[in-house]
Design a protein around this ligand. Structure first.
Ligand code: GLC
Length: 541
């Protein structure tokens, strides 16, 4: 069994995990000093959002040197130490690889923009003005705010526009150019040779663009941007999930497959169409994993909706690809805020219920830092917003609210830093932090840790099959099984008791409301938001 199928990943946003040098921004040394915590928690792999040199126009997703470490985060020696410290504890390290664009200050772009004849003249997507002298077509930037903004930026030196599907500081690479492909291959090999365990591949859905530069066809809906996907609702985005992406992904996979021990590739894809194409489902040698974002968009307290996501995923993936579930990440609200809104009275039980759900699914789960504490969005007033996209779509919640510092304790800056951090800390809540929750065996953190422990011990949960049952009211039930054993998972997504029947004699393996070992036979009355993992017990004769 491949390690990445059995692993639970933990997504670290390095700016916000732990600040070791008190400059208000998290860093690699800070992560190293929390490696014991990660091991104690029981995660198997970490994915670091970008740590490379960057002008930070998009907080690291605008890279100016793919083979270095931004001084804000540390240096290469510290990275090597991080890798060694993680590996020493059996924790894998996955980096964020951005193949579709670079910072406008990357040397590749600086050279390319100088003239139409330099050696990198064709490394980016350059074009002459359109017929009316403006941008070549109507393509918009995903970072458009109240008003649609063109995805083209004029460069007087060349007398041409360059394409940027995200901010104008992120220039789209021309991946059709073999020199660009080779340059990116060297980047991948550089990190693979260092021993990183794989890559989370950023924005694979937009690697290639429509070469004919056709205008986006307009849909008849108003323009109301509040997330990246709003653009696709306004226009048919003909740059999403182009078939050429597959060739690039197959090439990347062929490179990572050359290395031993096995490395992983995880794609960030925008749609189900992309996910299905990028995985082994439709052809061998594609990505190992691609995030199933359905739960990121739809996960909620609704047994039927959650059942439908699982049913559909199982039907589509079957045995040909491995699901990869995620509730939240650095590009949107924290999942508890998304599903609970303003009313946080049920935050703890809901966090535990959702932990039991995520960690009993067939597939590889990703936990976003702080989810294991039950962290929610931290309010960020307009004058503290830093994300340009967040400013552009204000007062929609934006991305900063989910990128605030990890809550280590209840000191002034939550134990993240000794100085005011780059984003506000959530100080209103003195109990949602590591120090407090480690002492409380009923905390969200203690439950995540126990769930991770159970998942590690039970082969049914790590790689067993899944048998789904039709939900009854808000109760959901499924079995996870191997050839020789099975577990039953029962979840109540409602805020009221929910009866379920059909039970033989079972024993609680782990539960939010019941003790491990407790026997249950026959009908069962689930408590509000209760989750139980049950194992069958042979009945005594
Ligand atoms: C991905 C990243 C996001 C970034 C964008 C542009 O979607 O997750 O944070 O802004 O790519 O590189």
């Amino acid at each position: 069994m491949s390690w990445w199928k059995e692993a639970v990943f933990y997504h670290i946003y390095p700016r916000s995990f732990n600040d070791s040098n008190d400059d208000g921004v998290g860093d690699l040394a800070g992560i190293i000093s929390k490696m014991d915590y990660l091991q104690w928690l029981g995660v198997d792999a970490i994915w670091l959002s970008p740590i490379f040199p960057s002008p930070m126009a998009d907080f690291g997703y605008d890279v100016s040197d793919f083979q270095g470490i931004d001084p804000l985060f540390g240096d290469m020696k510290t990275f090597d130490k991080l890798l060694a410290e993680a590996h020493r504890r059996g924790i894998k390290v996955v980096l964020d690889q951005i193949c579709h664009n670079v910072s406008s200050r990357h040397p590749w772009f600086l050279e390319s923009k100088e003239s139409r004849t330099n050696s990198k003249a064709d490394w980016f997507i350059w074009h002459d003005p359109g017929e009316e002298g403006g941008p070549p077509n109507n393509w918009l930037s995903f970072f458009s705010g109240k008003k649609p903004e063109s995805a083209w930026e004029w460069v007087p030196e060349r007398g041409q526009y360059y394409l940027h599907l995200f901010s104008k500081d992120q220039c789209d690479l021309n991946l059709r150019n073999p020199d660009v492909q080779r340059a990116l291959e060297l980047v991948l090999r550089f990190w693979l040779e260092k021993g990183v365990d794989g890559f989370r591949l950023d924005s694979v859905s937009v690697y290639f663009k429509d070469p004919s530069l056709h205008d986006y066809p307009k849909r008849s809906v108003p323009y109301e941007p509040s997330s990246f996907s709003a653009l696709s609702q306004y226009y048919v985005d003909i740059n999403l999930e182009r078939p050429e992406n597959l060739l690039a992904l197959e090439r990347i996979r062929a490179i990572t497959d050359e290395y031993k021990p096995e490395r992983v590739t995880v794609g960030e894809s925008a749609s189900e169409k992309g996910i299905l194409a990028y995985l082994d489902i439709s052809g061998p040698g594609r990505l190992n994993l691609a995030f199933n974002f359905e739960f990121l968009n739809t996960v909620g307290l609704d047994a039927r909706a959650n059942y439908e996501v699982l049913r559909r995923t199982e039907e589509l993936f079957d045995t040909r690809a491995w699901p990869c579930y995620v509730y939240g990440h650095h590009d949107g609200s924290r999942f508890l805020s998304r599903i609970l809104g303003e009313d946080m009275t049920q935050r703890k039980p809901v966090a535990k219920l959702m932990a039991a759900f995520l960690l009993t699914l067939r597939g590889t789960p990703f936990i976003y830092y702080g989810e294991e504490l039950g962290m929610v969005n931290t309010p960020v007033p307009f004058d503290r917003l830093v994300d340009p996209f967040g400013k552009a779509i204000w007062p929609a919640p934006g991305r900063d609210v989910a990128r605030t510092p990890m809550q280590w304790n209840n000191s002034q800056y939550c134990g993240f830093s000794e100085v005011e951090p780059w984003l506000p800390v959530n100080t209103g809540d003195l109990e949602t932090n590591v120090a407090h929750e480690q002492q409380d065996r009923f905390s969200v953190l203690s439950f995540y840790r126990s769930m991770l422990g159970v998942r590690k011990q039970r082969p049914e949960l790590r790689y067993g099959g899944v048998r789904l049952y039709e939900p009854v009211g808000q109760a959901m039930e499924y079995e996870r099984y191997t050839d020789s054993s099975r577990l039953t998972v029962v979840l109540n997504f409602a805020d009221r008791p929910q009866p379920v029947d059909r039970f033989g004699t079972t024993a609680v393996v782990i539960g939010t409301h019941r003790k491990t070992g407790e026997r249950i036979a026959g009908d069962l009355l689930l408590q509000p938001y209760e989750a139980i993992v049950l194992s069958p017990v042979a009945t005594e004769v």
